[in-house]
Design a protein around this ligand. Structure first.
Ligand SMILES: Cc1ncc(COP(=O)(O)O)c(C=O)c1O
Length: 369
């Protein structure tokens, strides 16, 4: 058996260790501290927005953004059916209803035509997800948003630094949210951020993030808020990662290029898309098996596991999960979900590792064909 190759690994260098150590030594271990301010400022600069507000994870960033925009019971929020469940859960926490939209078969992100079909008088917002590092079709989505007067919250949890027509995702809607979970392009361990140009939204989110404490009178609370703050220790890790983001994105792109090179002669597969109007950050390497491939996605994952290669299935359509079962049918999301898997995508992978993974993959495939 080969050495075990995990699906994902962060890249932690002396810089990260130094910054975190410095934060601990400073005594500012909770949610006040220089690293929080610096991380927020530098992240806003990086995305090219006016404001960035850290949170304790990406799910709370989504929830906080929705609540701060006034999304509530009776409202509907359109989300792609194929995404991590957090996108839907954050909507449900507000009391609003998530409405599941089918995806574009080429880029696997929310399908603008299906958005149009699913808008009702109760629709208040759309959450496009830039899935696996590929941006959604933001111009078309923004046209619809303008036509109907909706909010757009970009779920950029998986796509730090990805670009749509030369602009960073997260800067293209009412606001964007990011996750800094350990497997993301940059990490703070757990963490999230809301990026926006809207001062009112930023101020409201900041207020609600801190239990809605009055600015004028400490410990006086005028509404029910949350503790969704990030710690200074997490922000220290995040700042070090942010200072290395170009290197990290280049490594993700390099990993994709290596897979592309080594898997080029396998018929009936597709890897991540990259339209010519985007820069994909290839957060996770995606392998899609076309119809009648000869082995199912799940069988292939099992055989790779026997060889010590970790994989994960594509997300399942959320509309098929027990809480929403029978609510709707999204055929493209179902088809893509059934046939897709993620290959090891960690920062520590070498060209040799990817050569070996590809060799094992080819051996498995040729044994069943
Ligand atoms: C698309 C998407 N949205 C939201 C989240 C939630 O982020 P977190 O895990 O930091 O709460 C994730 C995280 O994995 C995600 O992939």
């Amino acid at each position: 058996m080969n050495k075990f190759i995990p699906i994902s690994e962060p890249s932690i260098t002396d810089k990260e260790i130094q910054y975190v150590l410095d934060a601990i030594k400073s005594g500012w271990v909770s949610s006040i501290g220089e690293y929080i301010t610096k991380f927020e400022q530098k992240f806003a600069e990086y995305i090219d927005v006016k404001y960035a507000l850290t949170t304790c994870n990406g799910t709370t960033a989504l929830h906080l953004a929705l609540v701060s925009l006034g999304i509530k019971e009776g409202d509907e929020v359109l989300i792609p059916d194929l995404t991590f469940v957090a996108t839907a859960n954050a909507v449900v926490y507000t009391g609003a209803k998530p409405v599941f939209v089918d995806i574009d078969p080429e880029i696997w992100c929310i399908d603008p035509e299906d958005i149009r079909r699913k808008i009702t008088k109760n629709t208040k917002a759309i959450i496009p997800v830039h899935l696996y590092g590929h941006p959604a079709d933001m111009d078309t989505i923004n046209e619809i948003v303008e036509e109907y007067g909706l909010y757009v919250i970009e779920d950029a949890a998986e796509s730090h630094g990805a670009e749509y027509k030369g602009k960073k995702v997260g800067s293209l809607g009412t606001c964007g949210i990011f996750s800094f979970y350990g497997n993301k392009v940059i990490t703070t361990g757990e963490g999230g951020i809301i990026a926006t140009n809207d001062e009112r939204l930023y101020e409201q989110a900041k207020f609600l993030r801190d239990h809605a404490m009055s600015k004028e009178k400490r410990y006086w609370h005028t509404e029910v808020g949350f503790n969704y703050r990030m710690t200074n220790l997490q922000a220290a890790l995040g700042l070090a990662q942010l200072e290395r983001i170009e290197e990290l994105i280049n490594k993700k792109r390099q990993i994709f290029m290596w897979y592309k090179k080594f898997l080029t002669d396998i018929k009936g597969i597709k890897l991540n898309p990259e339209k010519d109007w985007v820069k994909n950050v290839f957060w996770m390497i995606c392998l899609f098996l076309e119809k009648n491939f000869g082995i199912t996605r799940d069988e292939l994952m099992l055989k790779l596991k026997e060889k010590g290669i970790d994989t994960r299935p594509f997300f399942y359509p959320i509309s098929k999960m027990p809480m929403y079962k029978g609510c709707c049918k999204n055929p493209v999301a179902s088809d893509i979900s059934n046939k897709g898997l993620n290959l090891p995508s960690g920062f520590n992978l070498s060209k040799q590792d990817i050569f070996m993974i590809s060799k094992d993959l080819k051996e498995i495939i040729s044994s069943v064909r």
